[in-house]
Design a protein around this ligand. Structure first.
Ligand SMILES: Cc1cc2nc3c(=O)[nH]c(=O)nc-3n(C[C@H](O)[C@H](O)[C@H](O)COP(=O)(O)OP(=O)(O)OC[C@H]3O[C@@H](n4cnc5c(N)ncnc54)[C@H](O)[C@@H]3O)c2cc1C
Length: 463
């Protein structure tokens, strides 16, 4: 089977690249997707009788009216809010100082004490922004910045310091401060460009309806909106990409061969770092070097359903922290009562080593750990066992190998260009190729457009 362009992967970036190519008149496309759906890491799933988001949940980078900002609007927010009208809720973290729990069963920490910790951490972050004004060669890790400004050789070590540090860094980047680059995150381009608010998508149609919406603008759909276009082929896991000066051949796991003038690879950085897809000839060293230097982080959203609610609800209670002496141990909790009143569901987020650890144990074991933490947080309440648990496994899934990319110390913009740069007829896209917005849904969307533009130029030059 032949096409002008084969797109590998039907997540946000692949679908966005397809739209950009179509708009430029390149409609002879074939999209090969390994799974049985489009959307990739934006995925709803049924849990306890309702749809929840196992992947991306927030539109990050939204300005409120009247807030000082430039005129840029996050393109995903435009679709979510204006075009699709999905139900969203602005997440407000202002009250975490009054919602930070002790691990020794004595309940909440003193609010002023936690507030001071937050203020101090905020001061260090602000100073970090200054480091970003220096030449790129002066980049340091977030932890080095903390040592520099806080004079703490090992970074924060007390439970409250650690959970606040986790909330400010790992909760966003899914890797600890010792890994993350200051210059790429301080200040964070997403918030500078689009606004500092984050909106939680809580809509039964799912956040993935954004991907369907974009796909539906150039792929044929039936009366109900399902994509029926033969150019989208599901359950087509690509195994091998053979490229030459004249063409590209793609082999899928079921033995089919597809030929094209160009290929657009939109699989995750984690997949590219694994050996799932073989390139023939092998990718040049400059390419693999840049791909291996970047990090694929792991961020895990665990959902727990309870027979009854035992946590506080009402204004300022949505997010609460567990300050453990083991950093990153079931640290950030969110109740979904605002989004889904009466649902009695809690969401706890863990990352990195903790994510990899729990992916390798049974859900029952994870539930028991979470229950122990909850009973420490609420010693005076009757805390019933969760009746249901959902633990997504993004890291073990061979089609993802993690949740999103994180910019580590030691990678500069030059190496970043190499990640995105085509190798002959093989082009690359994906959230990890978005220099300013890597890790985000809008990063994937904009990267798809950008990489498609590079391919369009390439095709024009060859005419
Ligand atoms: C748990 C989690 C939470 C997140 N939270 C947020 C958030 O709140 N806000 C935000 O903005 N972003 C968030 N993100 C990040 C966001 O989801 C991603 O940046 C974005 O969806 C990535 O899109 P993509 O197209 O680059 O990659 P993907 O979505 O990974 O798409 C690549 C596609 O390629 C397919 N594929 C893989 N291997 C093959 C193969 N061999 N052959 C064919 N197809 C293949 C995959 O199945 C997939 O569909 C989160 C991600 C996760 C996992």
């Amino acid at each position: 089977m032949k096409a002008k362009v084969i797109i590998i992967g039907a997540g946000m970036s692949g679908i966005s690249a397809g739209k950009q190519l179509s708009d430029a008149g390149i409609t002879d496309l074939l999209i090969l997707e390994a799974t049985d759906r489009i959307g990739g890491r934006i995925r709803k799933t049924e849990f306890a009788g309702m749809n929840i988001e196992m992947g991306a949940n927030w539109v990050e980078g939204v300005a409120h009216e009247g807030e000082a900002r430039n005129d840029d609007v996050n393109p995903i927010w435009s679709i979510v809010n204006n075009e699709l009208g999905l139900t969203t809720f602005c997440s407000n973290y202002d009250n975490i100082a009054s919602n930070t729990y002790n691990e020794d069963g004595t309940g909440l920490y003193d609010e002023d004490f936690v507030k001071r910790t937050i203020d101090e951490a905020n001061e260090v972050q602000k100073k970090g922004n200054k480091i970003s004004e220096r030449p790129r060669s002066d980049d340091i890790s977030v932890m080095a910045m903390q040592r520099f400004f806080e004079h703490t050789p090992y970074g924060p070590t007390k439970p409250v310091d650690m959970v606040i540090d986790y909330y400010m860094n790992d909760y966003e980047f899914a890797e600890p401060p010792r890994v993350t680059s200051v210059q790429s995150t301080h200040p964070l381009p997403t918030f500078v460009k689009f606004g500092k608010n984050v909106y939680f998508v809580a809509d039964q149609r799912g956040y993935e309806s954004v991907v369907h919406y974009i796909a539906g603008q150039y792929l044929e759909t039936d009366g109900l909106g399902a994509i029926v276009d033969p150019r989208l082929m599901l359950n087509k896991a690509v195994q091998e990409i053979t490229y030459s000066q004249d063409c590209v051949t793609v082999k899928t796991e079921d033995g089919w061969l597809y030929e094209a003038e160009y290929v657009m690879v939109s699989v995750s950085l984690g997949v590219l770092q694994s050996n799932l897809i073989t390139f023939s000839p092998p990718l040049p060293e400059w390419k693999t070097f840049s791909l291996y230097q970047f990090d694929m982080a792991v961020y895990t959203k665990i959902f727990l359903k309870f027979p009854k609610r035992f946590w506080p609800v009402g204004s300022g209670t949505e997010f609460f922290l567990y300050a453990s002496s083991r950093r990153g141990y079931y640290p950030i909790w969110q109740h979904l009562e605002k989004e889904y009143p009466g649902c009695s569901i809690l969401l706890v987020t863990i990352t990195d080593d903790e994510s990899r650890r729990i992916e390798q144990q049974s859900d029952e074991h994870t539930k028991a750990e979470a229950m122990e933490v909850l009973r420490k947080m609420f010693p005076d309440r009757d805390v019933p066992d969760a009746t249901d648990i959902f633990v997504p496994c993004w890291w073990s899934d061979k089609f993802f190998r993690g949740s999103f990319s994180n910019w580590p110390i030691g990678v500069d913009s030059y190496e970043y260009d190499q990640i995105r740069k085509p190798v002959g007829r093989v082009h690359f896209t994906g959230e990890h190729t978005s220099e300013h917005y890597n890790g985000y849904v809008h990063g994937a969307y904009l990267a798809g457009k950008h990489s498609a533009d590079i391919l369009i130029d390439h095709a024009k030059r060859e005419k």
